[in-house]
Ligand binder design. Sequence first.
Ligand SMILES: [Fe+2]
Length: 401
Amino acid sequence: MRMRTLRSILALALLAAVALLPGAGLAFQGDPEAPPPNFKVAFIGDSGIGGDAEAVLQLIEDEGAGMVIHAGDFGYGDEGDPDTAVAWDAQISRVLGEDFPYFAAIGNHDDDNWSTYQRILEERLGSVAGATCSGDYGVMAACSYQGLFFILSGVGTLPDEPDNGEHEDYIREQLAADGSLWSICSWHKNQEAMQVGGKSDAVGWGPYEACREGRAIIATGHEHSYSRTKTLSNVENQTGDPAWDDPTQLRVGGGSTFVFVSGLGGKSIRDQERCQPSEPPYGCGGAWASIYTGDQSATHGALFIEFYVDGDPAKARGYFKDIDGNTVDTFTVTSDATGDAPPPADGGDASPDGSIGGAPSSDVSSSDDTFVRVAVALAAAAAVVAALAGGVLYVKVRARR
Ligand SMILES: [Fe+2]
């Protein structure tokens, strides 16, 4: 009876030790949420109502995207007339369908009609199975669909001011609380240095840095062109990540991310006004990987990012395609949930967690979680050894009796 009890204890201890080892299957938290294989998202902004906007929607349909994130400026036209919002939504429904997963953040041209736009977008949200959003839709909202976590923010637009602390805090808190493999921050406006046209500082650097530290892709619009950065370890200073210097291979995590403006949704096409020359590697310290404006004879189009490619849930492939069929930018992205942060840039202000403060980034949490799991596994193994030693001693004592 005592030997059977001893064997049971030993078996349980062994089971606990094996189960708690990193990668053994049992964990303190489940695998992070991830999209299904080859899930494609279209990113656009600044669409309007008309032939070019419809052509972009048709491109999205033709490319097989399963979802749209629209970074503001929807219908233009008579911006205070609710019929404008209704017509814009009808345009989406004509091409993509009434139930298509189409998510959006407010732009400055949507402000006068926002109550109608928000109602329409919330109704569409309600018709998309599995899509959830909390907060104030399109202004201060956190959403989840198909394993993607995304923030729809009105920072810089509502209220119309940069460096809004409430927006920044919300973004930081929502990203810190979520454990998805892929996260996206989307808002409409820019900082001057995060676009290549004539836009001025309207967002503040806090939200950009919060999303970088929170391991989120940063998707914007407002300037009517396309531009994408290389991997940045500090967005405010446009510091490149030295370990990910290839402009076609990006990482999100380890204190780095990338930023893009996808503002060729159909309204108009603007020129490159900064960061000349108009060909790679461009100007502005080499921060830009791809620029597509009037200077590059751009036409309307969308950025597509396909998540979970090549059988790897942490790998994505992006490309910008226009309505004439030209693919003008291609790249891969790695979700580097546990990657090391790059060393601080000259000046020492590129620390991924030290420059802004606030909640710890999710990659730090992941490292802590791995540490705890290893520690518990070692403790369980020690318990097994102790139990074995006790068993041997018990058997020896019994044998002597
Ligand atoms: Fe705008």
